[in-house]
Design a protein around this ligand. Structure first.
Ligand SMILES: [Fe+2]
Length: 319
């Protein structure tokens, strides 16, 4: 693969080329059956087919699969593009001297497969735009005077994530990943804190970040973030997970970069799933001005003290 340098903003012109969404992630773990318990409790619809567990939201969209493997690692991420852009991507990637690969065994597709600088297989395929086309404004938090506002706990029900929002990965070289994802996939930098962490959005309208990279000694999955319909649903999700024994995590808090309210729950493989509410939205027509922020703004605005295991890279520890 051609060496790809640091981040440069892609040209901002009509017809610019870029993926519009995350289509699906595939996670490889030693005991995929544990995924059904965790993600089922988290609020996803799980289907355990023996050799793999699929993870869907209530609308039936499958966001991820968990497959068996010797060690925990992302197996690949599929990004979606518009149909007319797939041949453009093929020419674009070939023009960059990026080697197109055969699909991995068991994942035959008509998409384009390539390897990112951290050795993760990436697919670009035609698929639905799963990133939102606008910002879903939150429901009012208050009730009229003279009426009860909070629901009874017995009526609160089970919370369900609406969609996958973003994937944050550890990487030894944030700058190199920014360069690759900007030049090869057409993502754009949203915000960063030096070379420690950076957030990227998709150019056809997406959340403040669909992918993000945090510096570590080795590649790894840090968290999957799931969009929730309300702040209440973040809190209800957190307490429901704790009731089921999934107590480790971090929250409730609010991020500065992305602005979302969060509660993270540690998964069986020492990465996290995030309940996220009200993340910033970057419309296609907005030329978002990225900024380099001080470290204190890269973690949170408010919340409990961050537990040390939150920045533990289990995949680095696997060797
Ligand atoms: Fe997140």
């Amino acid at each position: 693969m051609t060496a790809i340098g640091g981040y440069q903003a892609p040209e901002s012109e009509p017809g610019r080329l870029g993926v519009h969404s995350i289509g699906e992630f595939v996670l490889s773990v030693p005991a995929p059956e544990r995924a059904a318990d965790f993600y089922g409790a988290f609020g996803l619809t799980v289907a355990d087919a023996g050799d793999q567990v699929s993870l869907s939201t209530a609308d039936g969209y499958r966001w991820g699969r968990v497959v068996g493997g010797r060690r925990k690692a992302l197996h690949h991420i599929a990004f979606h593009c518009f149909e007319e852009d797939l041949p453009r991507f093929k020419a674009h990637l070939e023009g960059m001297d990026i080697r197109l690969l055969a699909p991995p065994a068991g994942f035959d597709s008509n998409g384009l497969w390539l390897m990112d600088p951290d050795g993760l297989a990436i697919e670009i395929r035609v698929g639905p735009k799963t990133s939102p086309d606008g910002k879903a404004l939150p429901a009012a938090l208050d009730a009229e005077a003279g009426a009860r506002c909070a629901p009874y706990r017995r009526d609160a029900g089970r919370v369900r994530p609406r969609r996958l929002s973003h994937i944050l990965r550890f990487t030894p070289d944030v700058e190199r990943m920014l360069g690759f994802y900007a030049r090869a996939l057409g993502l754009r930098l949203s915000d960063r804190s030096g070379t420690n962490i950076a957030f990227m959005h998709a150019i056809h309208g997406s959340d403040h970040h669909v992918v993000a990279f945090a510096r570590s000694e080795a590649p790894g999955l840090h968290h999957l973030s799931w969009d929730m319909p309300s702040l209440d649903s973040v809190g209800l999700g957190a307490i429901a997970m704790a009731d089921r024994g999934w107590k480790m995590g971090w929250g409730l808090g609010r991020h500065v970069l992305g602005s979302n309210y969060f509660h993270y729950v540690r998964d069986p493989w020492d990465s996290f799933s995030e309940y996220s509410f009200n993340i910033d939205y970057i419309p296609a027509a907005t030329d978002w001005e990225p900024a380099d922020h001080p470290g204190e703004d890269s973690f949170y605005l408010w919340g409990p003290e961050m537990p040390p295991e939150f920045i533990f890279n289990a995949e680095a520890a696997q060797g």
